[in-house]
Design a protein around this ligand. Structure first.
Ligand SMILES: NC(=O)c1ccc[n+]([C@@H]2O[C@H](COP(=O)([O-])OP(=O)(O)OC[C@H]3O[C@@H](n4cnc5c(N)ncnc54)[C@H](OP(=O)(O)O)[C@@H]3O)[C@@H](O)[C@H]2O)c1
Length: 333
């Protein structure tokens, strides 16, 4: 069993641990929380063996192989740095890092610690159904564009309306709609079509000065991809990839449970792949295989692909933000 440490004790960590338990390949051993009460509460809820409230002790004395970092975005970098320096593998929540400078510093540190692996928890691109979508896109004779939509009203927007600044809508914590939900369609676009030639982001800014929703346009050689995402409204639109007479329709680019290919004669072909009730299970299986077989060529190839994708998404998020003039304090530009 792979031993797991966690940072961040919100609901997403609950879901992550539950997914880890489904795989039967991970065991939660170590919890970090900022307060003793929360650390105690959380470790007893999930039967962890130890907990820490001091981050240095967590990394130097904690007995675990990999750490899952689910803190506010702006803190991913410093926790990942410390993990790598202590030779712990890293599973970092999306968006992995807030700008390319942070990403390249992490990459350099990984080169100095060649046994350590770092993966980004982009859950949707690890699902078997996403692999089917990718295969179908590759099989299409021509792609003429796509519209990918992911818009869910966040209960934390109620707090913004009440005059507060929750982390997810705070520039200080590298929040906003692009970083939080936009990252999913950005990931899908790069995984399916590669890096665009140019991009532009039109955000709707909210009271915290972060983006609450927005539209991004990605230009490729022969087509455009439109991304429509946000946290201040709900959308029930499907997402589509356009061929010539054929179309691929997905219920959602992030919470993908249904995908149908309409061929040139408009006949529907449902893409079939197992869909897990907990959509973090596939990534946890993938990451377990990587760490269980550290020298396996196939695993190393996948790792390189995930890492390259993560770097491309990091760079694209940064370019999109710059096109909209959204700066985070951590950018230091
Ligand atoms: N994959 C997914 O589907 C998914 C879904 C939701 C979120 N996420 C990602 O998960 C990460 C966490 O998101 P979240 O919404 O859960 O964030 P959050 O509620 O703001 O914070 C997460 C945890 O970090 C700790 N924390 C909070 N404020 C902090 C601060 N000022 N300094 C240090 N630690 C702090 C808290 O744990 P303690 O009190 O125990 O220290 C908290 O439980 C983000 O990167 C987000 O993008 C991913």
């Amino acid at each position: 069993m792979l031993k797991l440490g966690i940072i961040g004790t919100n609901w997403i960590t609950d879901q992550f641990i539950e997914a880890a338990n489904v795989t039967k390949r991970w065991q939660l051993t170590t919890v970090f929380s900022r307060t003793t009460q929360r650390a105690q509460e959380y470790s007893s809820k999930f039967h962890a063996q130890e907990f820490f409230t001091d981050i240095n002790e967590f990394f130097s004395n904690g007995v675990f192989d990999a750490v899952y970092i689910a803190s506010p975005n702006s803190l991913h970098y410093q926790y990942a740095r410390q993990a790598i320096e202590n030779d712990k593998h890293v599973i970092v929540e999306k968006p992995a890092f807030t700008n390319p400078d942070e990403f390249s510093q992490i990459e350099a540190l990984l080169q100095a610690h060649p046994k350590v692996r770092l993966v980004e928890a982009a859950r949707h691109v690890h699902t078997p159904l996403f692999a089917q979508v990718k295969q179908q896109v590759n099989d299409m004779d021509q792609v003429q564009g796509a519209t990918l939509t992911y818009m869910k009203y966040s209960s934390r927007y109620d707090q913004v309306l009440a005059g507060k600044t929750p982390n997810v809508f705070s520039l200080e914590f590298a929040g906003g709609a692009l970083q939080d939900l936009g990252v999913y369609p950005v990931y899908s676009a790069v995984a399916l079509f590669g890096e665009p030639n140019s991009v532009v982001y039109f955000p709707t800014l909210i009271a915290t000065k972060a983006d609450g929703k927005g539209v991004a346009i990605l230009r490729y050689d022969d087509f455009e991809v439109t991304l429509n995402f946000g946290k201040t409204s709900n959308s029930h639109l499907v997402s589509e990839i356009y061929g010539l007479k054929d179309t691929l329709v997905m219920d959602n680019p992030a919470d993908l449970t249904d995908a149908v290919y309409y061929d040139a004669d408009q006949q529907a072909h449902k893409l079939s792949a197992p869909v897990e009730a907990n959509d973090m299970v596939p990534e946890l299986r993938d990451f377990a295989a990587l760490l269980e077989q550290p020298n396996d060529k196939e695993q190393l190839k996948k790792y390189q692909e995930w890492f390259d994708l993560s770097r491309q998404v990091n760079s694209l998020l940064d370019t999109l933000r710059q096109s909209a003039g959204i700066e985070f304090p951590s950018d230091n530009r």
